[in-house]
Ligand binder design. Structure first.
Ligand code: ADP
Length: 413
């Protein structure tokens, strides 16, 4: 096999391996681009050396060409990106399994199919048409609306000489950017939520400071009232920033759990004690129904944080003279239940309740000092423990949040 081909094959294999192992999407994009260029160069060199058309490459009988085409095949089959090569008549002359999955898994092979038979998407068609005219296209956004929506970034390059008569073919690569796009949407939504949440208390603070400056300070009673509103709004911003930092740390994998045996009854007692004043102010009773001998396996500080959030919500959304009860159930997993007899949550909200900033009654939550992040933090902490948190609720009767934790491996040993 000529030295040039060996080098290119080596480069193909190396780039494929790198593209498969490198986690960064951007680096993978660059590697995939290089891989395509190398593969195309290999096809062209090989075609020139055996003086045959590229779509018949795989039928060669010469041992070195067989080796080339099987390596190429393995390389293309291993790519996550869909790859499609069309000839001048817009018929497919080569494709890889990822492209097959993307276009039409019901036909045995894409080979010889017209591009118009595979897709009615005008963006794809016009990108390949440009490729045949010798024009390189990149950044073409392609969406599919099958059982699940997928988004691709299509890049098309011409193949062969373009000496005034257009190219001999066009090669397109479909980069799957569904996940990247979803993450980008989440990030934007998060940023807009955070800005909105911060702006409300900040506007109130500025307004009351201005009122004080324009004379209200002379009246001790009003100035005291305005200062306390300013303090309330400032602590709301403080709480929000704390929760955002906490959630970011948990989601970013920067929180390490130290799971150990925890005496649940004692922990619940401590959390209830910290809420005694708040519960009394709202005439809510806190009941610790956990048997004294129960041991669960968890990171104590993080379990305390989860219980604090749930009991706080129980008190906040409870009714006058209501009760928030904490109990324990054993089973394949340890269950810690926080149950209130408040107004309950309408069924249509339950599915989204653990999303960041999701609230059933936005105005009420803000009024009572909620950030809308508490349940998202509980969910992530439960997941970090290898467990989960679930909710059941009945309108007019109350709500039960359950933390499910893996049972202590030492206990069953
Ligand atoms: P918040 O800071 O608003 O309490 P959470 O994430 O803790 O944020 O809760 C999200 C929303 O879920 C609340 O705004 C409220 O509408 C609802 N919720 C949470 N716990 C309860 C509960 N025990 N009873 C009724 N509604 C609740």
């Amino acid at each position: 096999m000529p030295k040039r081909q060996s080098l290119l094959i080596g480069a193909c294999v190396l780039l494929t391996v790198l593209a498969l192992v490198v986690p960064s999407f951007l680096v993978r994009l660059v590697l995939a681009g290089l891989l395509i260029i190398t593969a195309v160069a290999l096809v062209l060199i090989n075609r020139n050396s055996v003086n045959r058309s590229p779509d018949r490459l795989d039928q060669s009988s010469a041992p070195e060409n067989l080796a080339v085409s099987s390596l190429l095949e393995a390389t293309l089959a291993g790519m996550r990106e869909g790859l499609l090569v069309v000839n001048k008549d817009m018929r497919v002359v080569a494709s890889n399994p990822a492209a097959h999955k993307l276009f039409n898994p019901s036909v045995a092979s894409l080979k010889s199919q017209r591009l118009t038979e595979l897709t009615r998407n005008p963006a794809i068609y016009s990108a390949f048409l440009d490729g045949l005219k010798g024009i390189e296209r990149s950044g073409v956004k392609v969406e599919t609306h099958g059982p699940e929506r997928q988004v691709f970034d299509l890049r098309v390059v011409p193949i062969g000489s373009t000496n005034g008569h257009g190219a001999q073919g066009a090669l397109g690569v479909f980069f799957d950017i569904t996940r990247t796009e979803r993450l980008e949407n989440i990030r934007q939504e998060f940023l807009s939520n955070v800005s909105h949440e911060l702006r409300t208390p900040l506007t109130a603070i500025i307004a009351f400071v201005e009122t004080l400056e324009t004379g209200a300070m002379e009246d001790p009673e009003s100035s005291q009232r305005f200062l306390s509103i300013i303090r309330k709004n400032a602590s709301r911003m403080h709480g929000l920033i704390d929760d955002i930092l906490e959630l970011t740390a948990i989601e970013g994998g920067n929180v390490r759990l130290r799971a150990a045996p925890v005496e649940l009854y004692t922990l619940v007692e401590e959390v209830c004690a910290s809420f005694a004043a708040k519960a009394a102010a709202q005439n809510v009773m806190l009941e610790n129904n956990v048997p004294s001998e129960v041991i669960v396996y968890a990171d104590e500080r993080r379990l305390e944080q989860m219980l604090t959030n749930l009991i706080d919500n129980g008190i906040k959304f409870s009714r006058e003279h209501g009760t928030v009860a904490i109990s324990y159930e054993s089973g394949t997993r340890d269950k810690i239940l926080v149950q209130d007899n408040g107004d309950g949550i309408p069924a249509q909200h339950l599915e989204r309740l653990f999303e960041r900033f999701y609230r059933v009654d936005r105005a009420r939550s803000r009024d009572i000092g909620g950030t809308g992040l508490g349940l998202a933090i509980v969910k992530h902490l439960a997941l970090l423990h290898g467990g989960e948190v679930t909710v059941t609720s009945e309108l007019g009767k109350g709500t039960t949040f359950t933390i499910h934790l893996p049972t202590n491996p030492r206990k069953s040993a």
